[in-house]
Design a protein around this ligand. Structure first.
Ligand code: MN
Ligand code: MN
Length: 466
């Protein structure tokens, strides 16, 4: 016989807010849709390991869905789809809506750069008949995680005459790989007793690139000579060309399912391609939204969003100015009425390291997309902190669309912290909040996300676009 609920039980159900595992909140069919969606996501991860590759891949996907290059001055009508490629490293996509532009736009902003190992301008050297590249790491990494793992090389070399040579080596079966060596444990007594921040020095992140000499009795540095000779044959470049190159080493791993239940994905660079891809897919799937929607895939977030391809650039504001002018209004009036989801990841609670998070306010794997009201560190410094009004609007939007969501804070108070592009967009007088996917092992060479959370990010962006 079914027992009647007590008054206290009923009241508790009304008043308490208790998030649940997404799998317990959605249908089996939706779980299958999430798994299918993530197959496409894994392909994107493997095709787009760097910001340049992400822009190329996104443009291809957008063009296949009817997006065309944006023309300054052209007047667009509802349903028109355009993109603007900023120097091959950041991308704007827009779908024009039914409402007049002066009512504002809906913005999605994600970043497509990830922590990695960059080359120095003069990288090639030979030491004890072994040839190496000198590097400078990009973004916040734990340096010890990047030794003794397979690395692949991505990027461009621009020769003095402007010829662009594209490089992608280490991703295809049969390609050579690259590696940063580490000490054997037998001889690591001193290294192992150092602090972890000092165990592997920045200047020790040298990449192994060759060990056979050029056949010539008189020449010196014959291993370096042999490597440069091979590079000349394959790419037509010489040592000076590294000065005008952007070459980046990323982990050579491909995206794979994780776990017996295949519920998770392990890959390099979920931060932030997981939000870039889900935002992109929502943009491609937006047919005649009520308000115009603009998606920006930005570069340089991991190093502070500076430069002309970063979110602190005027790239977005100029674009809004241009579409506003063509529509007979002003960019600042459009921005002041606009809303933004800063689509970026947050840390997922890691049961092996519970001490760094406060369990009531941390995002959990599989509990859906995470809303982060504020980021920052040391007393909320450096955050735009979303308003109560805007939080209410986002809550309502997600609930109305049955999106599984949760809230999260990046770690315990005073444990550390971090930022996103949210504040740079909020500074343009746009209502902005962070929303994204919880990640395990963030900024490591192999990050982990849960498939249901990925799908919920896509659903959240679709709901936001309206
Ligand atoms: Mn990020
Ligand atoms: Mn990051």
């Amino acid at each position: 016989m079914k027992q009647e609920k007590t008054a206290g039980q009923t009241l508790r159900e009304t008043l308490f807010w208790e998030p649940k595992h997404a799998a317990e909140r959605i249908s089996e069919e939706e779980v299958q849709r999430a798994d299918a969606f993530c197959e496409d996501y894994k392909q994107f991860l493997d095709a787009a390991k760097t910001e340049r590759e992400a822009v190329c891949t996104a443009v291809k996907l957008a063009e296949a869905r009817g997006f065309v290059p944006y023309c300054v001055g052209q007047v667009y009508k509802a349903g028109d789809k355009v993109y603007l490629n900023n120097r091959g490293k950041s991308l704007l996509l827009a779908v024009f809506g039914e409402a007049p532009l002066q009512e504002g736009v809906n913005l999605l902003a994600a970043h497509i750069d990830s922590p990695r190992i960059d080359l120095k301008p003069r990288p090639v050297y030979e030491d004890n008949e072994i040839c190496y590249f000198k590097t400078h790491y990009y973004g916040g990494i734990k340096k010890y995680q990047w030794t003794a793992i397979p690395l692949s090389l991505h990027g461009v070399v621009v020769k003095r005459d402007g010829t662009v040579v594209e490089v992608k080596l280490g991703e295809d079966a049969g390609d050579p790989l690259f590696v940063i060596t580490d000490l054997l444990p037998h001889l690591a007594k001193d290294q192992m007793s150092k602090k972890m921040t000092e165990g592997v020095a920045g200047e020790a992140l040298n990449i192994l690139i060759g060990s056979r000499p050029f056949k010539d009795d008189a020449a010196s540095e014959k291993v370096k000579l042999n490597v440069l000779h091979l590079l000349q044959e394959k790419y037509g470049i010489d040592e000076a060309d590294f000065l005008s190159a952007e070459l980046e080493f990323t982990p050579a791993f491909s995206a794979r399912d994780v776990g017996f239940d295949r519920s998770m994905i392990g890959a390099y660079g979920h931060d932030d391609r997981v939000c870039a891809y889900t935002a992109l897919r929502a943009t491609l799937d937006a047919e005649k939204p009520a308000r115009t929607m603009v998606t920006i895939l930005a570069d340089k977030e991991e190093v502070g969003s500076n430069g002309n391809t970063g979110m602190q650039s005027s790239f977005l504001a100029y674009f809004i100015d241009d579409i506003a002018e063509a529509a007979g209004t002003k960019g600042r009036h459009v921005l002041s009425k606009s809303c933004c989801l800063s689509a970026d990841v947050n840390a997922a609670f890691d049961p092996s390291y519970p001490e760094v998070t406060e369990k009531r306010n941390t995002a959990l794997l599989n509990y859906g997309v995470v809303i982060t009201k504020y980021t920052g560190a040391r007393g909320k410094s450096d955050t735009s902190d979303a308003s109560a009004e805007y939080m209410a609007q986002i809550r309502r939007t997600l609930d109305d669309a049955n999106v599984v969501w949760q809230t999260g804070e990046l770690g315990k108070v005073d444990q550390g912290g971090g930022g996103t592009v949210a504040m740079y967009i909020a500074n343009l007088n746009v209502d902005t909040v962070d929303l994204g996917v919880p990640v395990l092992s963030m900024h490591s060479p192999y990050e982990v996300v849960a498939k249901l959370d990925v799908y919920m990010a896509y659903r959240a962006f679709l709901a936001f676009i309206g």
